[in-house]
Design a protein around this ligand. Structure first.
Ligand SMILES: [Zn+2]
Length: 167
């Protein structure tokens, strides 16, 4: 599955409001992700989706402002999750992006094992983003933990996320 085009337009230069943060997440979207993870937990299943947003860059590198999520039918159990092939079309239907929007990352849940990037997660990340910038959000609805990682060539590296009031 490769849904992110190689051809990223020039990323707009815009100084970030919190210098240490790489991901700016509206509060209502993190609620959607948390609710999705809770719904999955009720069925003892992991959940996942794509993070839609906009990339910007400044002297500290590339960062993302999240605008929404997209998800589709999932094949999941308590330790793995993937998009169901038959519903990929739904997913693409949701990906009607505005001019400056793109898939800036993805999220998935871990059930009571904490937040980290497993070898499968790393290959999923590579499958979606290749070597391009893309952020991976991992949420554990049991432990109430959340972490975000970037696409560092040396392996996933934690990045800071800031929750913003609205967008
Ligand atoms: Zn995982």
């Amino acid at each position: 599955m490769r849904i992110v085009s190689e051809d990223r337009k020039d990323i707009e230069l815009r100084k970030r409001i919190v210098p240490a943060a790489c991901v700016f997440m509206p509060e209502h979207i993190i609620s959607i992700i948390a609710d999705h993870a809770d719904d999955g937990l009720d069925e003892d299943k992991e959940t996942m989706g794509l993070l839609i947003g906009r990339f910007f860059r400044d002297d500290n590198g590339t960062y993302a402002i999240i605008d929404g999520i997209a998800t589709a039918g999932l094949i999941a159990d308590s330790s793995k999750v993937r998009f169901e092939k038959e519903t990929m079309e739904d997913l693409f239907d949701q990906l009607v992006l505005k001019e400056d929007q793109c898939v800036v990352g993805w999220y998935h849940s871990h059930l009571d094992v904490g937040c980290f990037m497993s070898p499968t997660d790393i290959s999923t990340q590579k499958g979606i983003f290749g070597d391009e910038c893309g952020f991976a959000l991992v949420i554990d609805p049991v432990r109430k933990e959340l972490d975000v990682f970037d696409n560092d060539p040396d392996g996933p590296k934690h990045v800071d996320m800031v929750i913003i009031d609205n967008d």
